[in-house]
Design a protein around this ligand. Structure first.
Ligand SMILES: Nc1ccn([C@@H]2O[C@H](COP(=O)(O)OP(=O)(O)OP(=O)(O)O)[C@@H](O)[C@H]2O)c(=O)n1
Ligand SMILES: [Mg+2]
Length: 509
């Protein structure tokens, strides 16, 4: 961060806040040493278990990189298997191995499910994930989605080293509070404070890996906020490192002259077609063919507010889970914090905003409470609640019941879909929109069915009796299944099993 980036009167205040936050959330040396000693013990034990065909063992995740928050004792160990190992075999060996290891270390274990099952364990105060994966090299196609994780780790560790060297050589004043990893920790706490940390589908925010890439890309927390305050949805970030990784030649590429090569690249080359730059002659079908990628207009990324191409898999957006609403929350709080720095942003700020929002006169509140199967995880339930809620909201709006806000929340036993309306009752009068005047056939048809018509601007409208005069009545009809044909019924959130709670609004927390 260069000082010119900050308003000078805020500079000192920001620095002191960041120091205080870091002091509070950065693990102390003792804690780090405990983690390292314990991880070493695990890896040593694994290496002694030679009867299993494991090629390599790697420690990954934030605790391996010094980017974890205090009291986060998660240790992620990935077990690499040969690419030719059969999937079923990988699953079975992975589980058996995990169980034997945890038993040896006197821990407790559970089986968890990602793309394939893995062992998660509690040993002393540490949580351990033991994930089997395939041994994939840079540029090779993934076999399972977790194969990326060791590459993420390798990428970040190298990137931090490169960056440190670069900072030293340029006397780059990037991290006034310490190192690049300290800025990652600060960003994670900031995002927790404003309720945006987590890439699960309930939070729809920023993953730890995304935080690390952002800090690396922008060269620190304050630099990131300074850019983020100007972001607009559709922001795309391509890390220049991929040029080297995938052997792409770039014209006029000279890092010596650039303060931040990553930003320079994105500003100057966002429209280049990487096909022309592809220097790779590889014909191996296992190697990613850059020719197949149209990075910057990929159809999958069209509606995503932020796209960061994963260096280990260019087909994946690291920010895929981030919702547009949360993207703009980040933009808003980045600006607010820089303009009026306050440590409050780092601690339950989202709850304070919510409390403030609730301290006011209310509209009309309704909540649909639907039983939930506790075995169906949040990552499935939340998107399904969102879909049902959108579909019902559409019907409310078609019937003129204006929605002030809505929220979806689930606990172990129930889903709660809540709405607040401006109005709960309507007169027996509805204004229906008809066709534009320049489509005579439609106009004649509309007039035949709606004798009380009139012209407004370029269209016909007509007064007609209203079908649903109260929003309660409309929701009761929905719960009774009378509007089944026009509602999306997700598999695990069925509105017909619902109960209507009046004057109730349950927040997502
Ligand atoms: N949505 C996710 C979640 C995880 N990972 C990979 O799995 C690793 C471990 O996941 P997790 O523990 O969730 O994240 P951390 O980076 O360790 O961050 P935290 O400090 O929150 O634990 C990440 O570093 C990342 O490589 C990923 O790519 N995408
Ligand atoms: Mg972790």
């Amino acid at each position: 961060m260069t000082n010119k980036n900050l308003k000078s009167d805020n500079n000192a205040k920001i620095q002191s806040i960041l120091r205080e936050v870091l002091g509070d959330v950065k693990p102390c040396e003792d804690e780090k040493n405990h983690l390292t000693t314990f991880s070493k013990k695990i890896i040593d034990t694994i290496n002694e278990m030679k009867e299993y065909p494991i090629l390599n063992v790697v420690r990954v995740g934030s605790t391996a990189r010094g980017t974890n928050l205090k009291n986060d004792h998660d240790i992620d160990i990935f077990l690499k298997f040969d690419k030719n190992t059969d999937r079923e075999e990988l699953k079975e060996i992975g589980l058996n191995f995990g169980i034997e290891l945890v038993t040896k270390l006197n821990g407790k274990y559970w089986v968890k499910y990602a793309e394939h099952p893995y062992i998660t364990a509690k040993i002393d105060k540490f949580s351990l994930d033991l994930v089997p994966c395939y041994d994939i090299q840079w540029g090779e196609k993934l076999i399972s989605s977790v194969d990326r994780t060791p590459l993420h780790n390798e990428f970040l560790l190298n990137a931090y080293k490169r960056h440190e060297k670069y900072c030293k050589s340029k006397k780059y004043e990037s991290y006034p509070n310490g190192t690049i990893t300290d800025d990652v920790i600060i960003l994670k706490r900031f995002l927790k404070g404003i309720g945006l940390y987590g890439s699960d589908l309930k939070t729809a925010g920023f993953s730890g890996y995304l935080c690390e890439l952002l800090i690396y890309y922008y060269g620190g927390f304050i630099n990131l906020l300074n850019s983020a305050k100007k972001w607009k949805a559709g922001k795309k970030i391509l890390l220049t490192d991929i040029l080297e990784i995938y052997n792409i030649k770039s014209p006029e590429w000279n890092t010596e002259y650039l303060e931040n090569p990553n930003i320079y690249f994105n500003e100057h080359y966002t429209n280049i077609n990487l096909i022309n730059l592809n220097n790779s002659e590889e014909n191996n079908s296992n190697v990613i063919k850059l020719k197949e990628y149209k990075f910057l207009d990929n159809k999958y990324y069209k509606n995503q507010p932020l796209v960061i191409y994963d260096p280990s898999d260019l087909d994946r957006n690291v920010a895929a889970a981030l919702s547009t609403e949360n993207f703009y929350k980040f933009v808003l709080y980045a600006r607010k914090f820089l303009e009026d720095p306050n440590i409050e942003y780092f601690y339950d700020y989202d709850k304070k905003v919510l409390n403030n929002l609730n301290d006011r006169e209310k509209g009309y509140e309704l909540c649909l409470k639907i039983p939930r199967n506790p075995e169906i995880v949040d990552d499935i339930i939340y998107p399904q609640m969102d879909r049902l809620q959108k579909s019902i909201s559409h019907i409310f709006e078609e019937n003129d019941f204006a929605i002030v806000r809505f929220s979806n929340h689930a606990n172990e036993s129930f889903c709660y879909i809540s709405w607040e309306f401006l109005i709960s009752k309507m007169p027996d009068l509805m204004c229906k929109m008809g066709p534009p005047i320049y489509s005579p056939k439609g106009v004649d048809n509309f007039i035949a069915h709606n004798p009380k018509y009139f012209v407004k601007e370029d269209r016909l409208y007509a007064y007609c009796p209203r079908k649903y005069k109260s929003v309660d009545e409309l929701l009761y009809n929905i719960v009774e299944g009378k509007l089944q044909k026009i509602i999306t019924y997700p598999k695990y959130v069925n509105p017909e099993e619902g109960e209507i709670l009046k004057d109730k609004y349950i927040e997502r927390i």
